[in-house]
Write a protein that binds this ligand. Structure first.
Ligand code: T4K
Length: 371
């Protein structure tokens, strides 16, 4: 028997009948985008769910990164991590700034604060860390450096939907945080994203920027872009919000099973839950030490695929190794030893709300039975 495919993720979907009712409402209103009712409702609902004061919805998770840099008028050099999805660095590049890569801390795969100061130059204006896999960065240390050098901090929190430390959302840290609501994320609006900010004035400016810079019918206050979320996605998002807690709990149960089974497998490392952190289990990365495990990461990765188990090597290759960026001094692998090693060791195992016990067992069988 050929086993069915088990993919790294599978999108959370609302009940189709409920969604159809929302579509009927949109059809009746004939209001399909540009700050409609569902858009308004979703912003309010997300503020409450995420425990943040202000949020602005976007059409994906890349444009809020671009817009945050615009809104904060970032120029010059931006310190960032090479270990992320390429959108993080592209956003810096699209703003005409130079990304400066700093190595990661292997304990959370986030930027290593101890290495940030050495990368600061008179041109540095901002730090753009990533809460990779939803693991919170060392936000206190990052903020201390930002305060000392008068730098802005924009968190790429694409993976950190609902993540809290000591009961407080990580999205409230730094100057702004961005989210992705892509199909592959814990919470999705088909495609979508958001920018979280601290005050009403900033939200107003962001709302202008995502609508071409329009402030009213005839006034354009900045060279904005079009990155508004439409009503269909916002309606989808309203319904998915009702299901996301249950989905996260299912992911949690999968994580528990993975950890139990992998704990004694030599050469395989994975993350434990962090104290005082509410996790979202958005990804389950394992790190393969080829010597200890007896097989390389790639051999394991392709062996799994032969059995229909499709993990993903997030984040290999490093962003700094792509030709656009590899010429930078900071992109040299010698500058990024931890990120280089981790990128060569990582496989994200299938992790989503729809995995059955049998699916989880099939994944584990491929890893536990090495030879
Ligand atoms: N910052 C960070 C740190 C990010 O990780 C991302 C995006 C961004 C910024 C930018 O946010 P967005 O602008 O994308 O909102 C995916 C996503 O496209 C991307 O959103 C995500 N990060 C990145 C880590 O992963 P792929 O190329 O791996 O996706 P794909 O199409 O290969 O899908 C993976 C698996 O998911 C499939 O094998 C099956 C499943 N799948 C996927 C889709 C799209 C489904 O079952 N249904 C679907 O509709 O990039």
């Amino acid at each position: 028997m050929t086993d069915s495919k088990i993919t790294v993720t599978s999108p959370l979907l609302p009940d189709l009948q409920e969604f159809t009712k929302s579509l009927q409402e949109i059809w009746d209103s004939k209001w399909i985008t540009n700050n409609g009712q569902f858009h308004h409702r979703l912003e309010l609902a997300l503020c409450e769910y995420l425990k943040v004061p202000y949020i602005s919805l976007f059409t994906n998770g890349t444009l809020p990164l671009l817009t945050a840099l615009q809104a904060l008028r970032i120029t010059g050099e931006v310190i960032t991590t090479p270990y992320s999805f390429v959108a993080t660095t592209h956003a810096i590049w699209w703003n005409g700034c130079k990304p400066v890569f700093v190595d990661i801390d292997p304990s959370n795969c986030g930027i290593d604060p101890d290495r940030i100061e050495a990368a600061i130059t008179p041109h540095t204006t901002a730090i753009m860390p990533v809460h990779c896999y939803g693991k919170p960065c060392d936000m206190e240390s990052i903020q201390a450096i930002a305060d000392k050098y008068n730098l802005k901090v924009i968190y790429d929190a694409a993976h950190a939907f609902g993540v809290e430390v000591n009961g407080e959302s990580v999205l409230n840290q730094g100057d702004m945080s961005t989210l992705s609501f892509h199909a592959t994320k814990v919470y999705n609006t088909l495609e979508g994203g958001a920018l979280v900010m601290h005050d009403a004035e900033t939200k107003k400016r962001i709302d202008y920027l995502k609508n071409f810079g329009f402030a009213g019918e005839t006034q354009v206050v900045a060279p904005g872009i079009n990155s508004k979320m439409d009503e269909v996605r916002a309606a989808f998002g309203m319904l998915n919000l009702q299901r996301v807690d249950e989905a996260i709990e299912k992911r949690h149960q999968v994580a528990i099973r993975y950890r139990e089974a992998l704990r004694d497998v030599k050469g395989i490392r994975f993350f434990e839950d962090m104290p005082c952190v509410k996790h979202n289990y958005s990804y389950f990365p394992i790190f393969v030490d080829a010597e200890g495990y007896g097989m390389s990461r790639d051999d394991l990765y392709f062996k799994m695929q032969e059995k229909g188990v499709y993990g993903r090597r997030y984040f290999y290759p490093l962003i700094s190794s792509f030709s656009t960026y590899s010429g930078f001094e900071s992109a040299r692998p010698e500058n990024l030893p931890n990120a280089t090693r981790i990128a060569n060791e990582v496989v994200c195992l299938p992790m989503h709300h729809g995995l059955t016990d049998d699916d989880v067992q099939r994944v584990l069988d491929e890893i536990v039975n090495v030879k």
